[in-house]
Design a protein around this ligand. Structure first.
Ligand SMILES: CC(C)(COP(=O)(O)OP(=O)(O)OC[C@H]1O[C@@H](n2cnc3c(N)ncnc32)[C@H](O)[C@@H]1OP(=O)(O)O)[C@@H](O)C(=O)NCCC(=O)NCCS
Length: 265
């Protein structure tokens, strides 16, 4: 794992749960985990009433079961990444992947309590095994040498378990300067409550601060353009990707604002 992201992982691991204070009064220039919108306080209050106190953590391959479950709960079957692809991404570059979690007990009421009964979530720590760590949202990325997301970037080398490659022609390119954001999803029971923006904005800030890449690229359906624009992404135009039937739009968040805007794939 790159050293800068290792430091970041330590910071994220030690991060306390989001509280009203931490999200409502960020210092100027501070990397708040929550987007600076006036509606955030009520969103956070609403989440609190539901027993949701979100905290962000980097993901790794130990989160595979949870990520596989969430990916297939949130995405249409033809768009969801396969378990194998998720395993590759979490194992190869988990430092580029983030989860938004909440703790919960079986007696928790509301949607969180309902959700916790549906499957066996891992305990949050071994001292209190009844307190579960519930994955509510995740964001899974790799890096690529291309400026935008391509079908090759979305694919993965099928022999990755036996043949390690730093810069394979498909999948994660360790030297690439483009973070390709492949999956952003929120569990259906918790969509429309601000969690997607919380995760996306905290992630883009972290990647920018770490200096691990020059830009973040993604492809999305037309209906999500406004969602990504709200987090600072620019609409580029139709994507060449044919994944999941094609018809995607290229979106880009370039950290080098003076960078050229050429569409060099
Ligand atoms: C897209 C997604 C990550 C957004 O997360 P969220 O927590 O629901 O979103 P937030 O509450 O932070 O923000 C709400 C905004 O999301 C967008 N949005 C959410 N669901 C939407 C939908 N079905 N259609 C269009 N826009 C939608 C809207 O811009 C909305 O803003 P509005 O409430 O002012 O209309 C989530 O809906 C999801 O997981 N969807 C299924 C997986 C998916 O398609 N991911 C996107 C891949 S490109």
């Amino acid at each position: 794992m790159p050293r800068d992201l290792l430091a970041d992982k330590r910071a994220l691991d030690g991060m306390s749960e989001l509280s009203r204070d931490t999200v409502s009064r960020p210092e100027p220039g501070e990397n708040s985990l929550v987007p600076h919108r006036s509606s955030n306080i009520s969103q956070v209050e609403r989440l609190k009433k539901m027993g949701v106190r979100p905290f962000a953590q980097l993901l790794n391959v130990e989160d595979l079961d949870d990520c596989d479950w969430l990916e297939h709960a949130a995405f249409d079957a033809n768009e969801a990444a396969t378990r194998e692809k998720l395993e590759y991404r979490l194992q190869t570059c988990g430092e580029l992947c983030s989860g938004l979690f909440s703790s919960a007990y079986a007696i928790t009421s509301g949607p969180l309590g309902e959700l916790i009964k549906t499957r066996n979530f891992p305990p949050i720590d071994s001292a209190d095994t009844d307190r579960k760590r519930v994955l509510l949202a995740h964001l899974v990325s790799t890096k690529a040498a291309s400026r935008f997301v391509t079908d090759d970037a979305m694919d993965y080398p099928k022999d990755w378990k036996t043949k390690y490659q730093l810069n394979p022609s498909t999948g994660h390119n360790e030297d690439g300067q483009t973070v390709c954001l492949h999956s952003l999803c929120v569990h259906p029971s918790f969509q429309g409550k601000g969690l997607g923006q919380i995760l996306l904005k905290s992630y883009t800030q972290r990647i920018k601060d770490s200096g691990v890449a020059s830009r973040i690229a993604l492809i999305c359906r037309d209906r999500y353009i406004a969602f990504y624009e709200r987090a600072g992404f620019k609409k580029i135009g139709p994507s060449k990707c044919q994944y999941g039937g094609g018809n995607w739009v290229d979106m880009l968040l370039d950290f080098d604002e003076g960078g050229d805007d050429e569409w060099n794939y």
